[in-house]
Design a protein around this ligand. Structure first.
Ligand SMILES: [Zn+2]
Ligand SMILES: [Zn+2]
Ligand SMILES: [Zn+2]
Length: 145
């Protein structure tokens, strides 16, 4: 696959390119890797994959890249259990994750009804102004049940 084919095929890379961001080899590789993986990919796994493909990048570079993509709301940081964190391409809408504890597959979930009414209730009952929330679901996916 040529360089431009690769960009054409990945909508996130196209988006970054249109927005005028530089598509370095490392950036392209990470976006492709995360877009093509069902389970969240950790920083060490990203590093391993880069090394396997003869692309040199230190941990700081990889971390900076991940923070950049997270800031662009292109990827999510997903707590896969304990202190482990993985990264995954998600949609740019407010969503939660269904995380399979056996195979680590992650499915994004958008609530039909936002949690706003709950947040209002908290504000009233607890005198606590909610600014944001984190909510993930852990369980077994269809394949693992
Ligand atoms: Zn997500
Ligand atoms: Zn929510
Ligand atoms: Zn599973």
């Amino acid at each position: 696959m040529t360089h431009s084919d690769q960009i054409q095929q990945n909508p996130l890379l196209r988006k970054l390119k249109i927005q005028g961001y530089r598509l370095t080899k490392v950036r392209q590789f990470i976006v492709d890797l995360l877009a093509n993986s069902q389970a969240p990919v950790s920083l060490s796994e990203i590093k391993e994959n880069l090394t396997r493909n003869n692309i040199r990048a230190d941990r700081t570079t990889i971390y900076r890249e991940v923070i950049f993509l997270k800031g662009k709301k292109m990827i999510c940081e997903i707590p896969v259990g304990g202190s482990k964190r993985g990264y995954k391409v998600c949609q740019d809408v407010h969503h939660h994750h269904l995380i399979c504890v056996r195979c680590n597959k992650v499915e994004p979930m958008v609530f039909k009804k936002p949690l706003l009414s709950q947040e209002n209730e908290i504000s009233q009952r607890k005198d606590f102004k909610v600014l944001d929330h984190l909510l993930e679901f852990y369980g077994l996916c269809g394949d693992c049940q």
